[in-house]
Design a protein around this ligand. Structure first.
Ligand SMILES: NC(=O)c1ccc[n+]([C@@H]2O[C@H](COP(=O)([O-])OP(=O)(O)OC[C@H]3O[C@@H](n4cnc5c(N)ncnc54)[C@H](OP(=O)(O)O)[C@@H]3O)[C@@H](O)[C@H]2O)c1
Length: 323
């Protein structure tokens, strides 16, 4: 297969390019080339998607395109410039307007109204989901065949968000570890490499349809327990109820004041509790979380610049002491 990866220089799109090359496909990555490098044995075509598509791309015939864009204008332009390829569009579960209902699938959950202009996401982060909906619609309307995949929390080596990475690092350090909410709160992750392999399969098979890119639902207790056992955790998890975290001013999900992966309930009871059955039936396979945990920790150890989000040890100690 001749595969074009729009991106290919960081995290998920890079993992897609690497997986496709490993399967023997010819892979071209197209990016500005400012965020990172394309994998070995792929070709990088330099393209800023705010400019017209270069002849180096439009003159070639690709069997499939994998696209991770957020900006509707970029997706519309790319679909128009490469009209023959099967499109694998990487959307997001942020496309859904309902974060509260557990067990949802693409056929049961409502979407945001599409936002067809390109918002500045650093100013309007809430435009992300509506823009992804508009991107999806551009793909479904313009490409001859398409797979739309809406990932949940993507984790593993190379994760620029540092959210899941907080946990292998923190648990490997041992001691009393502040765990947010309740152990039976739902949780759901997908290893970047498993998602990438499946996206390549969707490109190979020209899979038609809309899917979530998620692993099976589990609990936060299970995620922290399995991550801890994989990284040799021998300390104690101290669960702090949501009300106490909120009263102490701890932020959910991500950021320097956050405990990563914690989501306020019941507003987000559904976000990490989608039904993975349709995706697993469509060929997604998932590795054990222990492997993700160990590989994430190894990546953090090997790269001192690897980002990790979340509160520091001092703040954690303060919270554990009830301060
Ligand atoms: N991480 C999660 O948990 C999560 C959850 C749900 C959905 N998702 C989705 O998963 C995908 C992640 O993709 P990703 O990891 O590859 O990272 P990304 O940040 O979405 O994509 C970055 C890629 O796009 C390229 N790029 C950025 N601006 C460009 C421009 N103006 N012109 C051309 N190329 C440009 C970058 O290279 P250059 O900067 O060098 O141009 C890089 O290769 C996204 O679609 C995201 O929305 C992620």
């Amino acid at each position: 297969m001749q595969l074009l990866v729009l991106g290919g220089t960081v995290f998920l799109s890079r993992a897609v390019a690497a997986a496709a090359v490993a399967r023997g496909h010819t892979v071209v990555c197209a990016a500005r080339g400012v965020s990172g490098s394309a994998p070995e044995r792929t070709e990088l075509v330099v393209w800023d998607r705010d400019e017209p598509a270069p002849v180096a791309l439009t003159a070639r015939r690709f069997d499939a395109v994998v696209d991770v864009a957020r900006h509707p204008s970029r997706v519309r332009a790319a679909v128009a410039a490469l009209p023959h390829a099967h499109w694998v569009f990487v959307s997001s579960i942020s496309a859904y307007a309902d974060d509260a209902t557990p067990g949802g699938t693409p056929s049961t959950l409502p979407l945001h109204e599409p936002r067809t202009d390109d918002a500045d996401l650093s100013v309007e982060p809430e435009a992300y989901g509506p823009m992804k909906v508009a991107c999806e619609q551009a793909v479904l309307a313009g490409a001859p065949t398409a797979t739309v995949v809406r990932p949940g929390l993507v984790v593993g080596p190379g994760d620029p968000s540092g959210r899941y990475s907080y946990w292998p690092r923190r648990l490997s350090e041992g001691g009393r570890v502040l765990a947010p909410g309740r152990p039976d709160d739902s949780a759901q992750v997908i290893d970047v490499r498993d998602l990438a392999e499946w996206l390549v399969t969707c490109a190979e098979q020209r899979t038609g349809g809309i899917f979530d890119g998620i692993g099976p639902v589990t609990t936060l207790g299970e995620v922290l327990g399995r991550t801890g056992s994989a990284v040799g955790f021998d300390g104690e998890l101290v669960w702090m109820p949501q009300e106490d975290l909120e009263a102490a001013g701890v932020a959910p999900w991500s950021g320097p004041d956050s405990i990563p992966l914690w989501l306020p309930r019941p507003a987000y009871d559904g976000m990490l509790a989608h039904d993975a059955t349709p995706s697993l039936r469509a060929g997604l396979t998932v590795r054990p979380l222990e492997e993700t945990a160990r590989d994430t920790l190894a990546w953090l150890a090997a790269d001192p610049a690897a980002p990790v989000t979340g509160i520091g040890r001092e703040r954690e100690a303060e919270l554990l002491a009830g301060g």
